[in-house]
Write a protein that binds this ligand. Structure first.
Ligand code: BGC
Length: 755
């Protein structure tokens, strides 16, 4: 149905228009009954519905409807599976339609900067490409049911401490390369109905009143067409916010901010057209939902089964020295309260009232040979001698021990950050004690973010279950007993210890959080530093093996307007069916800028029967090679060679190839008296001049030796020295030696800058 929104807005009073720009209550937008504008509801999200019928809150305190808790983002991102994320979104969209929700608040695409962020479990990855692709697939799935999403928290919300007031100070290049692209991809590939601005300030300006962010970048550059809503209580000053591009304030301000908008229009501080435009954007999305209602069908049971499948496809097998899968006839000791009471979701606004939870214990109750001992409490850090003794005895008597370890709820949540990266000490100690009597020990982890693993080299198996959603037990049983072949890979690096993390010295500050590590986040840092890590980005084992062959790159040279097609064959070389995640990284060999060793630019997941081979195809374009240049405020890739790396993880590169990028795009010349001869020589446009100046210097000094004399015997040496010294010499110094006059130089500089 075509609606004439402008005409409708023309019939609204100033009060009605101002009213549309904030919530009616905690979860509803206002409607205008006399004009047929309905009041619609929004709700958390994102890995299930937290629809509150009664008393609302944004911290997950009061009750919500019974729903399905799908795996939180920390786990589902490890599926590296666009199609699966689409099915996940499709289920959420259906559930939302059936529950009359116009927008589901999510997904959260903030980058995992530090393992300490209390809300990492709600975010996808340390890598913006993976986070963006995963989000876009999810959003397209939800919105295929004409239910909106709210991609959040835009932007720079990477810690929980002081999240409502601190300033994330991020330089332009880092923002563009690391913290914004997931949002950009979501907007460009999936056009979310709404975007939720973050609580924090970005470079000093609240996101809720940051015009650059909400209008210049989001709308004008990326083409966002929906409305921006505030995070719950993120509005600082309402009128500047509205002017900056924040259409909807949530929740209700009890009328206070509506009055400010009305007063600002009346006193001329706010043009009414700005208000009209905001209202139009909100109405557009309201009607997009209400004009397209569908009879969406869903059953909790079916979605529970999907939640199990997503968990199965995402859990990451980190270590397996011939201990998994478990065998039917083995005697196995299950240790740890998480086996009975799994931790499967995080705390805060995403907390779902699950209609059912499957624990591993319940799943294996009919299996002979399994004994369960509590060993430790899931929510405490106390080493209980009696519980521990029982566990050690059970482990000693069994063929294998599986310890279900993890972080208690209180260790990580929305609203605050972790203070360390350790498991509770009681669990680490128990693992050590069990290892003394049972070498065949496997640890299953339930956590929203990496933990230090002091026992890593001594246990035989590690399964990273992260937070598995309500069907966690089904997925664990499937993987542990081999009914399901694990196929998830890490969406983040697991460092050995917290202090290895690049943000370690500048995370968690109160007022100003300076992102000093810049673009070197996650594997981009560990690789550049050649720092060993516990488990690298993109890593995950399978019960089968895969080989890679026949890398083919369709062109040796590409123009900057071309796309490049890369294909590779993957073969299942083991005995069981399995899925492999194939990753494509690009490495810049031009050395035109300081860049990460390599960056993820493509991935695909493929299912293979034993012996089967499939060809995977990737498409790259100019952006795949580019970095963000702050002189031109745009993406830029220098002409030259780039390496294409195909890997099973970021550190397990199986095949490499090369492509040469041809481009006429050049960065503008900015030559001045302090430009060095080295800089002149490095640029093809000015190379000739750099060399000419250097030659003049050589002629002036003669080729010098370290003792200041010329010496034929080591001319090569002194040539290198002379070149190195000359490279750092600014142009102005050429005048010092009387080689050129200042006027001559200035004339040359002018000529060069106009090239
Ligand atoms: C969270 C949002 C959430 C909102 C509504 C806020 O505290 O940051 O992610 O959608 O509450 O519950």
């Amino acid at each position: 149905m075509e609606r004439n929104l402008k005409e409708l807005i023309g019939q609204m009073t100033l009060e009605e228009k101002a009213g549309m720009c904030s919530g009616l209550d905690f979860w509803h937008l206002k409607g205008v009954e006399r004009l047929g504008i309905p009041s619609v509801m929004v709700s958390d999200g994102p890995h299930g519905l937290r629809k509150q019928d009664e008393k609302g809150d944004h911290l997950g305190i009061n009750d919500s409807i019974k729903a399905v808790c799908f795996p939180p983002a920390v786990l589902s991102a490890c599926s590296f599976d666009r199609e699966l994320m689409g099915q996940f979104g499709d289920a959420i969209g259906r559930e939302a339609q059936a529950n009359d929700l116009s927008v589901v608040l999510g997904p959260g695409v903030n980058i995992k900067r530090s393992p300490l962020c209390g809300r990492n479990f709600e975010y996808y990855s340390e890598d913006p490409y993976l986070a963006g692709e995963t989000a876009a697939s999810f959003i397209n799935g939800v919105q295929s049911h004409h239910v909106g999403t709210s991609v959040k928290h835009f932007a720079g919300n990477n810690q929980e401490f002081n999240r409502m007031s601190s300033s994330s100070n991020i330089d332009e290049r880092t923002l563009r390369e690391i913290y914004l692209p997931a949002f950009e991809t979501a907007v460009k590939k999936a056009q979310p109905y709404t975007v939720m601005c973050s609580y924090n300030r970005l470079n000093g300006v609240f996101s809720s009143e940051n015009r650059w962010l909400l209008t210049d970048v989001l709308r004008e550059e990326w083409g966002f067409q929906g409305y921006v809503m505030s995070d719950w209580g993120a509005v600082n000053e309402r009128v500047p916010g509205l002017k900056a591009g924040l259409e909807l304030e949530m929740p209700s301000s009890n009328g206070a901010n509506d009055q400010e908008i009305i007063a600002a229009v009346k006193n001329g501080d706010l043009e009414e057209s700005v208000l009209d435009q905001a209202v139009e954007r909100i109405l557009h999305i309201i009607f997009k939902y209400t004009d397209n209602r569908e009879d969406a069908e869903f059953t909790l049971e079916k979605d529970h089964a999907l939640a199990a499948r997503i968990a199965e496809e995402s859990m990451v097998l980190l270590k397996n020295e011939n201990v998994l899968p478990l065998k039917e006839d083995e005697k196995i000791a299950f240790i740890g309260e998480f086996a009975a009471k799994p931790r499967y979701q995080g705390g805060g606004s995403s907390h779902i009232n699950s209609f059912r939870v499957s624990s591993i214990l319940e799943e294996v109750k009919d299996r002979p040979g399994i004994t369960y001992v509590k060993g430790f409490s899931a929510d405490s850090d106390l080493y209980d001698e009696v519980l521990a003794r029982e566990a050690i005895d059970a482990a000693a008597k069994a063929d294998k021990a599986v310890i279900f370890a993890g972080l208690p709820d209180s260790f990580e949540s929305e609203g605050y950050d972790r203070t360390h990266m350790r498991l509770p000490q009681c669990q680490n100690r128990l693992i050590e004690e069990v290892l003394k009597v049972q070498p065949e020990t496997i640890v299953v982890l339930h956590n929203g973010s990496p933990v230090e693993m002091p026992w890593l080299s001594r246990v035989k198996g590690i399964l990273e279950a992260y937070l598995g959603g309500q069907a966690v037990g089904t997925a664990l049983a499937g993987i542990l007993f081999g009914k399901v072949n694990p196929s998830g890979k890490l969406a983040e690096t697991m460092p050995y210890k917290l202090s290895d993390n690049p943000s370690h010295l500048c995370f968690g500050d109160a007022e100003n959080v300076d992102y000093n590590e810049g673009i070197f986040v996650g594997y981009r840092y560990y690789e550049a530093k050649e720092m060993p890590v516990a488990f690298p980005f993109g890593f995950g084992l399978s019960y089968t093996t895969f080989s890679y062959s026949n890398l083919s790159i369709d062109k040796e040279k590409i123009q900057d307007t071309d796309t490049l097609t890369v294909t590779v064959d993957v073969t299942n070389t083991g005995n069981v069916e399995g899925k492999e995640i194939v990753q494509l990284y690009v490495s810049d060999l031009t050395h035109a800028a300081r860049r990460p060793v390599k960056e993820l630019k493509g991935y695909d997941k493929v299912s293979l029967k034993p012996g089967e081979t499939k060809t995977i195809t990737f498409t790259l374009d100019y952006r795949s090679f580019a970095w963000y240049n702050t002189d031109i405020h745009d993406w830029y890739a220098a002409a030259g060679d780039y390496e294409i790396l195909i890997g099973a993880s970021s550190q397990d590169i199986r095949l490499t190839g090369k492509v040469c990028l041809c481009t006429d795009k050049m960065l503008p010349l900015k030559i001045h008296m302090n430009t060095t001869l080295g800089e002149l020589s490095a640029d093809p446009r000015t190379k000739e001049y750099g060399q000419k100046f250097k030659k003049s210097l050589d002629d002036f000094f003669g080729v010098m030796d370290s003792d200041g004399k010329t010496d034929d015997a080591d001319t090569a040496d002194s040539d290198d020295m002379g070149a190195a010294i000359a490279a750092s010499m600014p142009l102005r110094n050429v005048t010092t030696f009387g080689l050129y006059t200042k006027e001559e130089l200035q004339e040359m500089i002018e000529k060069l800058n106009n090239l």
